[in-house]
Design a protein around this ligand. Structure first.
Ligand SMILES: [Zn+2]
Length: 438
């Protein structure tokens, strides 16, 4: 088994990797997307896995940011509530990889942030970077606290290293779990040191701004650039059944190349070919280059974005097409949403002429499935993919415990009409379409 489910995570990331043997299926959850993703999509996917006897063998938070952490917080919060109420849990989670702020950047810097936040508060919104970072630190701490409460071990695969950090330098050889081999290609210790330096400089500049008289302080604070790039994302290369998937969080292309180099994964030309490459940072052109796409190539590129902040940038998509076209490669672009940039790509680069295919997750559907096994067992049809079932009906069905087409077909039109709160004729039409395979 080896397949990747790309969930509808709006402007964030949420991925489920399935591996193991058909009679021992295992699941890895990578990020949880921004708020609403858990309740609208992730929960239904997890219930379906749980109902088939599966569990989350490993959850990974690439980095603490709203668009990656919220779904994981919602999941663990749900699990805590279910346990307290003595209810069956949505799903069992066996382990978590998560690098806390203090672990990653040191307690001194963490205390520096705490002081900045506590000190003479500036008008709200004046220091957006500081506010975002303060929130991230508390979200990371919250996640770790929930995990401890649920007895989910954190970074257990790195327990024999001095800092217990999920990073490239702490894994000399790939980590084996079931039939899956995981190489940690980011963050590297070097990139974390660079990040630490950038934050220290930024804090020093903050302190200077705060020392100014009030009028000047406001002007200087507005001018203070807050664009510390993300160098701390956990990036992974996972391999099973001779296929590879690159998971890059919100990392940066140069860091990706450096981490792959350090892990000994690049060939003599400094290149690597993956079956699937999840583009870093929602396809932002600030994280990638044309050269990166000439060196790290793939058959399928995944882009998790919905147009927010302009992601994916048209420039990124254009580089993908240009790199493939120069090298005479064809590829699939799998996107979670149609965006102005995907429209423009189709207009300016004819897929037939440039040898690519654009696959977009249908609106309202939970996930797009990328199958990497040659002879994988068939998946049950999830209700969100059926004709006539939009997000609202999918949620009503999920709340009634109906997750698959087969379960829905067994209901009969009267019960289905009740659950959907709709007319019996409409329920009949939906059942007929599902029965005909639509
Ligand atoms: Zn992100």
């Amino acid at each position: 088994m080896f397949r990747l489910r790309v969930l509808q995570a709006l402007h964030g990331d949420c991925l489920i990797l399935e591996y193991g043997a058909p009679d021992d299926r295992r699941f890895m959850l990578i990020d949880g997307g921004p708020s609403t993703v858990y309740h609208d999509h992730l929960k239904a996917e997890l219930l379906l896995i749980s109902r088939q006897g599966g569990r989350v063998n490993l959850a990974v938070l690439s980095h603490v940011d709203d668009d990656h952490v919220n779904g994981l917080l919602d999941l663990l919060h749900d699990l805590v509530d279910e346990l307290r109420a003595g209810q069956p849990v949505t799903i069992t989670v066996d382990g978590l990889w998560h690098n806390s702020f203090s672990q990653t950047l040191g307690p001194v810097l963490e205390r520096g942030f705490a002081r900045q936040v506590a000190d003479a508060p500036l008008p709200r919104g004046l220091m957006p970077g500081l506010e975002v970072q303060a929130r991230s630190i508390s979200q990371g701490d919250e996640l770790a606290a929930y995990a401890r409460g649920l007895k989910i071990p954190i970074n257990v695969e790195f327990k024999d290293t001095p800092d217990r950090l999920a990073c490239t330098d702490n894994t000399r050889v790939p980590i084996q779990v079931g039939n899956l081999s995981i190489s940690v290609i980011g963050p590297t210790r070097k990139s974390l040191e660079a990040l630490q330096k950038e934050w220290e400089d930024w804090l020093a500049r903050q302190a200077k701004v705060r020392a100014l008289p009030e009028g000047e302080m406001e002007i200087a604070a507005r001018a203070l650039d807050m664009s510390v790039p993300n160098l701390s994302s956990i990036m992974l290369l996972v391999r099973a059944e001779g296929k590879t998937i690159l998971l890059t969080g919100d990392g940066r292309g140069d860091q990706l190349l450096e981490g792959m180099q350090q892990a000994g994964l690049l060939d003599a030309n400094g290149a690597f070919h993956a079956d699937v490459f999840k583009l870093p940072h929602h396809g932002s052109s600030r994280n990638v280059t044309l050269e990166l796409f000439e060196r790290i190539t793939a058959d399928t590129y995944v882009v998790c974005a919905d147009g927010k902040y302009g992601n994916p940038d048209f420039q990124t998509l254009e580089w993908l097409v240009q790199a493939a076209s120069r090298q005479g490669r064809t590829f699939t672009l799998a996107a979670t949403s149609r965006t102005p940039s995907t429209d423009r790509l189709l207009q300016q680069y004819d897929p037939a002429q440039f040898g690519y295919r654009l696959e977009i997750l249908p609106p309202g559907a939970h996930s797009l499935v990328l199958e990497l096994s040659a002879n994988a067992p068939e998946l049950p049809r999830s209700v969100d993919m059926l004709k006539g079932i939009g997000p609202v009906y999918a949620r009503r069905l999920r709340d009634a415990g109906i997750l698959t087409a087969e379960q829905m077909l067994a209901l009969g039109y009267r019960r289905l009409a009740e659950i959907l709160n709709t007319g019996e004729n409409r329920a009949r039409n939906i059942l007929e379409a599902a029965g005909n395979g639509a």
